[in-house]
Structures are given as C-alpha cells and as structure tokens.
Design a protein around this ligand. Sequence first.
Ligand code: HEC
Length: 206
Amino acid sequence: MESYTILSKAHMLFALLFVISMLIKVILIFKNNEAFDKYRGKTKIAEMVVTILFLALGIILMVQKGGGFHMLFWIKLGIVAAGIPLGIIGAKKHSKALVTLSFLCFFGAYGLAEVAKKKAVVQEVVVEEPSQLGTELYKVNCVACHGEDGKKGLGGASDLSASVLSEEEAKNVITNGRGGMAPYGGQMKEEEITALATYLQSLKAK
Ligand code: HEC
C-alpha cells in the first residue's frame, strides 16, 4: 500500500475512535456527571494522543493532496473545527446540550468523509474552443490525484502516461470509477468524459 493510502486509513481510524469515545461521553453525561468525569479522567491522555494524531494526519493528507477539494471536504473541516471547542466547553460546563452537539459534529463529519470517498469531485469549466474541453477539465478535476503529467499517483492513482487503456476503456473507468477512483458518470456529461478520454491519449505520447 502506498503511503497516502495508509495515512488516510489511519486518519479515518482515529476519527472513528474519536467518534466512539464522544458517543460514550454523551451516554455518560446523560447518566450522571460523576460517570462522565471519571471516564474523561481515565481517557484524557489517550484522547489527547488520538486527537493530535488525527489532526496531524489530516494536515499531512491535505498538503499531499494540495488542492482539488470537494465542497463536502470544506463542510467537513468546518464542522470539525466547530466540534472541538463545543466539546471542550461542554465538558467543562457539564452541558448535555453542548456535548451532544459536539458529538453530532464529529459524527456528521465522519459520515461526510465516508460519502466524499465515493463521490467524485466535479468542477465545471468554461472553454472558448471545444478542443480545449478535455485539457481544462483534466486540470481542475484530475490533477490532484494524477498530476499534470499523469504520473503523480496519489492514493494509488494509475500513472496515466503509462496507461495501456484505449479511449473507450478510459471512458469506462472515468464513467464508472474503479478502486480508489470515484465514478464521474452521474456528474459529467458524456461529451465531457469523451473529451477527457481523448486528452488522456495526449498524456501517453509525452
Ligand atoms: C481521488 C483521486 C483521483 C481523482 C481525482 C481521479 N482519479 Fe483516476 N484514478 C485514481 C485511482 C486510485 C486509480 C486506480 C484505480 C484502481 O485501483 O483500479 C485511477 C485510475 C484511472 C484510470 C485508469 C488508468 C489505467 O491505465 O488503468 C483513468 C483512465 C483515470 N483514472 C482517469 C481519471 C480522470 C480523467 C480523472 C479526472 C476526471 C481522474 N482519473 C480523477 C484516482 C483518482
């Protein structure tokens, strides 16, 4: 497995641990404050470690990807950023409402991350020349994983300069997705996918 994939799996695992721990805290705070404080006391260090690793991995992944983020990604980032202070203040004040709200933030962010994995990032482009459609679509939608020259290979993305797929086969992968690549079929027009497949042929020649 390639490092981006491993880091991204670890990031999701820490996120899941965090969400489970938040859920336990919600249950305990509704039971009584003592049980809640006891759990917090016992898990303090573990939770700090998980939180720091989770955030650090998130930042590393963001830097490695370097752009092409889905709208869902920014929403996810926003609710995680809101959930942290809510959780801290909620715990200090023993506020059931704030602790619950904080849990819902993290639960929602985790859900969004799972959805985003299966949803392709699609950014529309405006071109003067129809012949530029493939090039421009590639720049905004594919470069984050495949790179300008097709060789970046983020998260196990295939080296497109070494691809042996025909235009028709490439169209098929773009439309239906494959492995770590989400399907673009529902979100791009047929002519856009065709233009992309044509453009990919030019990457091979280089
Ligand atoms: C989130 C990262 C990501 C994005 C964005 C992405 N891809 Fe991919 N792509 C991959 C991965 C991962 C694979 C390998 C899939 C597998 O394991 O089967 C792949 C494989 C492919 C292949 C198969 C190549 C071969 O020779 O087998 C084609 C064609 C392709 N991508 C085209 C595109 C195009 C065109 C876009 C932009 C519309 C795009 N990809 C956007 C990750 C991505």
